[in-house]
Design a protein around this ligand. Structure first.
Ligand SMILES: NC(=O)c1ccc[n+]([C@@H]2O[C@H](COP(=O)([O-])OP(=O)(O)OC[C@H]3O[C@@H](n4cnc5c(N)ncnc54)[C@H](OP(=O)(O)O)[C@@H]3O)[C@@H](O)[C@H]2O)c1
Length: 231
């Protein structure tokens, strides 16, 4: 069994926005971070600017083959994996409504926000199981809260609601192996997707909080800034 002293995380979509800042904060806390992006070039550029605790890796979460190839490399590295941050996300579709939505577009959103996170979680679960304690963080959104659900951003909101359901299922399945699984809303954050909002560092802090929870920390929850929010 790998030592808990080795702290290695994988962040999807880590070449910019919240993923990049999450990787930066984890490295600042002494972690080694696999900085994944959907092209090797983007991963290399981001890793280079994050320093020698960053490791570039290509993962396009749309492609199960890309995930499989990346996890062969991860497994062979011998570093183990203590945290998976399913951050890659796309298409805040606030230009369409649910009753008139383009379903091909919605399917594409689900490929990234839902199936992508599910696929990477399946690939990561055996590596996470090698640790006495590990975490999965699904970067969700308040837009995925069924409690607050309206008619806007139909693809994005329903994909994040599905991601929340996946969070509950994974949390139950992976509890016996010591993997805590939580969904996080980073708040409205000033990234390319957010287009405004609070500083990226503040949004990423809530993701880092969930990635670095202690062994007896919460699982199967939905949090913003470390506080529970409504499903
Ligand atoms: N910003 C907000 O206000 C806000 C609020 C709530 C939730 N969130 C969530 O936070 C997460 C990060 O969002 P952000 O604001 O940082 O957005 P962003 O700046 O648009 O970054 C999105 C990241 O996801 C990557 N990505 C997209 N499709 C991918 C794929 N198929 N495979 C791998 N990576 C892919 C992008 O890569 P490329 O550079 O290659 O496109 C980019 O690195 C998302 O899950 C988002 O839904 C954001």
């Amino acid at each position: 069994m790998a030592s808990d002293a080795i702290k290695t995380a994988l962040v999807t979509g880590a070449n910019r926005g919240l993923g990049y800042e999450t990787a930066r904060q984890l490295i600042e806390e002494g972690w080694t971070v696999w900085v994944s992006a959907r092209s090797q070039e983007k991963a290399d550029v981001a890793s280079h600017s994050l320093g020698n605790m960053a490791r570039p890796i290509e993962i396009d979460v749309h492609s199960f083959e890309s995930v499989e190839v990346a996890f062969e490399d991860l497994g062979l590295s011998g570093d183990g994996l203590s945290a998976l941050i399913n951050n890659a996300g796309a298409d805040y579709d606030n230009d369409q409504r649910v009753a008139t939505a383009d379903l091909n577009r919605v399917r594409g959103i689900f490929e990234t926000n839902f199936f992508g996170a599910w696929c990477v979680s399946i690939a990561a679960a055996p590596l996470l199981a090698e640790q006495q304690h590990s975490t999965i963080v699904n970067v969700s959104s308040g837009a995925g809260s069924i409690f607050d659900m309206g008619a806007g951003t139909p693809g994005y909101s329903t994909s994040k609601a599905a991601l929340n359901a996946l969070t509950r299922q994974l949390a139950a399945d992976l509890k016996p192996q010591g993997t805590l699984v939580n969904a996080i809303c980073p708040g409205w954050v000033a990234t390319d997707m957010g287009g405004g909002g609070r500083p990226v560092a503040e949004g990423a802090a809530g993701i880092v909080w969930a990635a670095t929870l202690p062994k007896d920390g919460p699982t199967s929850g939905f949090f913003r800034d470390g506080k529970p929010i409504a499903w």
